[in-house]
Design a binder for this molecule. Structure first.
Ligand SMILES: Cc1cc2nc3c(=O)[nH]c(=O)nc-3n(C[C@H](O)[C@H](O)[C@H](O)COP(=O)(O)OP(=O)(O)OC[C@H]3O[C@@H](n4cnc5c(N)ncnc54)[C@H](O)[C@@H]3O)c2cc1C
Length: 422
């Protein structure tokens, strides 16, 4: 308390209200801790529309050609994700000294997790699945974070779980949320974190908030920069991975499909190449066609089928001294992509698809910038006492999974330890 007055002092300051920040805020507030959440984005109601997405989406260049996407809003990137869920790699985390078993059990009780039931799967996805199985691929349903009990055949967006619901719970339990708050650095004294510096909106005034525990949950591309600007230098050179991905879209004459939960099925070709259902519901399909400069395809949505090819590339690249990310994809990465593209083409053609085209290459999510046991310990604490990191930046390169469910579990794990020590 020696640094500030009571109003400006918190048990925990959480930077970012996305998957991890929201989960930690909810858990600590439930235990009557005094929590401040500083969120860069706004708090407008979430809407799946071109305007709605344009207001919250943000891109960061991660290679000379590719950009990574994220969302600045209360609830973070779950405002625009697909809601596909892999289970956390429990063993990998156990080997790092982190047991997520209990946290996964809890998460299952609080978040709708399950496979999409057969009657809610569109004909495009069914057709694709039959074709893949016919060719011998182990095409299986994936778990999704979707509340199917509330599905009314139109509200694909609304029934996806979003981290904003956890922020709402934290606010009901007394947490303070400041929107448009951009945290630039962590204040520290004698190797102990004591607070953060931030600005609000376009105002130039630098504000300070103080707390016992500071948690950086600003997302995998923002947190390393805040650490670097706070004097923790060793995060800059570790590199990261982006799981480069590409979509293949074709149309099947005569197919008259309804809509679909994109990503609800898929198969692994091997440990490094994955094919995923890319049968978007109508809104996302329209956006995809506009981005791919294929607006004429929009009218024939019910005939379209798609597959995303996602490959693993080794960790590499760096966060430069100027605070920019840079990475080069190798010939081997492109070879894996080509192998996946060949397989996706085969599945689409076998399903009867014609006029197949490739979308541009995209980053499948830049993650893994910060290494557990190197930059942070098994309690997720940095070299500054009281400063923790919990977001996509800490996901290990081995056993790569779609991140959200793992991040919820990691955030619950951290909140358990913080609550015990506060
Ligand atoms: C199009 C798309 C589809 C996806 N689909 C899936 C999927 O199907 N399944 C899956 O598991 N994952 C998916 N993801 C990835 C997933 O959404 C993210 O990995 C996950 O939400 C990351 O959580 P996080 O807590 O690390 O960060 P985020 O959820 O990004 O939250 C970070 C928050 O910090 C805020 N912030 C940033 N900088 C600052 C700052 N300086 N000060 C204050 N606040 C700051 C941001 O505004 C944001 O709200 C998808 C991502 C995208 C872009």
């Amino acid at each position: 308390m020696k640094y500030s007055n009571k109003e400006n002092y918190f048990d925990a300051i959480i930077v970012g209200s996305g998957t991890c920040g929201a989960t930690i805020a909810k858990e600590l507030s439930k235990k009557h801790k005094n929590v401040l959440i500083l969120e860069r984005g706004g708090n407008e109601p979430l809407k799946e529309s071109l305007m709605g997405y344009a207001k919250i989406s943000n891109e960061v260049r991660v290679t000379d050609k590719l950009k990574d996407m994220r969302a600045f809003t209360t609830g973070g990137t779950t405002a625009m994700y697909l809601a596909v869920a892999d289970l956390p790699p429990i063993k990998t985390f156990k080997n790092l000294g982190i047991d997520l078993t209990e946290d996964l059990e809890q998460a299952r009780k609080e978040i709708p997790i399950g496979e999409i039931s057969d009657d809610l799967i569109g004909d495009q996805a069914k057709k694709l699945g039959e074709s893949a199985k016919d060719l011998g691929y182990d095409w299986k349903k994936k778990l999704m974070l979707v509340d199917q009990s509330k599905f009314n055949s139109k509200n694909f967006y609304e029934v996806k779980w979003k981290a904003r619901t956890f922020i709402e719970s934290a606010l009901r339990d007394g947490a303070t949320l400041i929107n448009q708050a951009i945290v630039s650095k962590v204040l520290h004294d004698n190797k102990k974190a004591i607070g953060v510096e931030y600005t609000v909106g376009k105002k130039k005034e630098v504000l300070k908030a103080y707390g016992e525990k500071i948690i950086l949950a600003a997302g995998s591309l923002a947190t390393p920069i805040i650490l670097k600007d706070s004097g923790i230098k060793n995060v800059v050179s570790h590199g990261f991975y982006i799981n480069p991905s590409i979509g293949l879209i074709g149309s099947i004459p005569g197919l008259a499909s309804a809509e679909n939960f994109c990503g609800c099925m898929g198969a692994k070709l091997d440990d490094e190449i994955e094919l995923m259902d890319a049968n978007f519901h109508r809104f996302l399909f329209n956006v995809g066609m506009l981005v791919s400069a294929k607006p004429l395809r929009i009218a024939s949505y019910p005939k379209h089928v798609g597959i995303t090819v996602k490959v693993k590339e080794p960790v590499g690249g760096e966060l430069t001294k100027e605070g920019k990310y840079s990475k080069k994809l190798t010939e081997e990465d492109h070879r894996k992509l080509l192998k996946g593209i060949d397989a996706a083409n085969e599945v689409l053609k076998n399903a009867g698809a014609r006029k197949i085209f490739k979308t541009g290459l995209i980053s499948g999510g830049a993650l893994g910038t910060i290494k557990i046991k190197e930059h942070i310990d098994e309690k997720l604490q940095t070299e500054y006492e009281g400063l923790y990191v919990c977001d996509g930046s800490i996901l290990p390169e081995s056993d790569r999974v779609t991140p959200t469910l793992t991040l919820v579990c990691l955030a619950k794990y951290l909140a358990r330890h913080l609550a015990a020590s506060l």
